[in-house]
Design a binder for this molecule. Structure first.
Ligand code: SF4
Length: 65
């Protein structure tokens, strides 16, 4: 899994950071997504895939190798 995050599309809803806190965070001013781990493995990858599916804005994309 490789994660692409578009901070111009992100609305700061925070679902990603709640669902996969090892992979996503939000910046402290606008609350926009920060990717902590662009290539998660194991449990973090599973959580990241769920977070990507839950993102309400479509800001997150999963690229599979
Ligand atoms: S869930 Fe989507 S819209 Fe919400 S902070 Fe994460 S990337 Fe942004």
């Amino acid at each position: 899994l490789k994660i692409l995050a578009d901070r111009h599309v992100c609305i700061g809803a925070g679902m990603c950071a709640l669902t996969a806190p090892a992979v996503f965070d939000q910046d402290s001013d606008a609350g926009l997504v920060l990717v902590l781990d662009e290539t998660p493995n194991g449990a973090a990858e599973v959580a990241a895939r769920e977070a990507i599916s839950l993102c309400p804005s479509g800001a997150l994309t999963a690229l599979d190798n």
